[in-house]
Design a protein around this ligand. Sequence first.
Ligand code: AHR
Length: 549
Amino acid sequence: MAHGLSTRRDFLQTVAATGAALALAPRTARAADSRVDVLIDEPIGTIAPEVYGHFAENLGGVVYDGIWVGEGSPVANVGGIRKALVDRLKAIKAPVVRWPGGCFADSYDWQDGIGPRAERPTRTNFWVNTKVPPSPSQYDPNAFGTVEFVRFCRLAGAEPYIAGNIRSLPARDFYQWVEFCNSPAGTTTLAKKREAEGERDPLNVMYWGIGNEPWGCGGDFSAEDYATELKRYTAWVPSYDLHLRYIAAGASDGDVEWTRRFFAKLTAENRGMARRLWGFSFHHYATNVSGGRSNDWNESKGPAVGFTTEQYYELLKEGDRMDAFINAHWLTMGEFDRDHHVKLVVDEWGSWHRPGTQAAPTDTLGQISTLRDALLAGLTLDTFQRHADKIGMANIAQLVNCLQSLFVAHGDRCIVTPNYHVFEMYMDHMGAEAVRTLVAAPTVPYQRNGQPASIWGLAGSASRRDRTVTLTLVNPSATDARETEIAVRGARVTSCRVRTLTADALDAHNSFEQPDAVPAPGETAPAVGASGLVLTLPRASVSRITMGI
Ligand code: AHR
């Protein structure tokens, strides 16, 4: 095994480099060891802003303490919702939030979360067996229900995406949940109940998930059984003139057999049945960093901090599998949905490390997010963007205090992680036209379980909006900067601005004590030479290059 990295103390002392500290002056093309060609005349598709979506499950410290602090709380809040969180989400134009699960979704009765808060029942949370100290994450007080969720989304400027319960509630509950949310003011009993909560007008929830991980916690269904259930749950749902977007819960990782069997059954009697769906989801977590030593879910995980160089590369490679999964599911869907009406939705993605670094003991699945996770975020968003024609939505797991979070919040403290900086840096891609980009760079060698292995030397994506090209690049090398020549084919680059996120340690991270150990990177404006642009991309970095053309 490769040697361990810095200790936690080292990380806290990390002084992150800002863009300004980086050597970004143009060099001669001869100095470059890598090359990026942005082909602006080869559009891929519009990057759905929803690719930058979030996921907030009623799990651990995500909802209670994370999002919901309560109206009487000394923590700054808007109607009980943590203000710092919505302010930050607005700043990154958060497009959509998925709730209430995850596995929690298929045990949630939405009726428990409506009506006067003091009268709502307390229920056992799906995650109760994870044995955290007594908290709302074990026994759910239901203070945060549908109206609170939609208000949270509204404050953040995001669309709500509700995952329905198909394991433990009948189809009638599903359409009545839609009725509660969307029936016109004053029309139905449920519209009146909504009004009693201060929401006279419809909440206009457009995205509806039909369960979650039906092959597992969502009901242990076969793909065929799930297709049958999905037909039943969606056969009649009132739309109230809103075009509802149903998202079928799909496979884990690259399980295309699930996809094939699901679509085969769904379309067996009626090929047009696929058109009932707006999206088909799959989940992929980057978790196994064992270098092939284990396939055990728990054993194969590595630490969130203090990981080895091998584990660093293995996590990035795990994340990189997303590309093949997208292609495989898309091709399979095309066997049944020839004109690709149904979009791919990756409504859970992110890193999943060994437990033990959560900010509060009640944060089930809470973990520290480091520079390594930020690289994973960058390379995954780039992957989605290279598949802009296929991906309708993606939701990083999870928003706050859980897995690859953008935020850590506890009591009155709320900090951003390096993942947040990546989302903020990449924002210019949202809604822009993805364009084909060719990257040539030497691969990076490393030792995997005592054997030689390698990872690509540079990867990224580019998009164009009017006369601006945004290029984002990840240099995964733990040791070497990349001298990169950048060219925009079909246009002349007239200006350039660069931001680069990196840090001294691969597991540098923010904490309540040092909230800016990994700060948002500054910007430099390297001169554009007549012969083009050559930038030094530091080792272990995520860069955004904004070019005027
Ligand atoms: O995000 C944590 C869990 O991972 C979700 O509840 C479930 O859908 C997935 O397996």
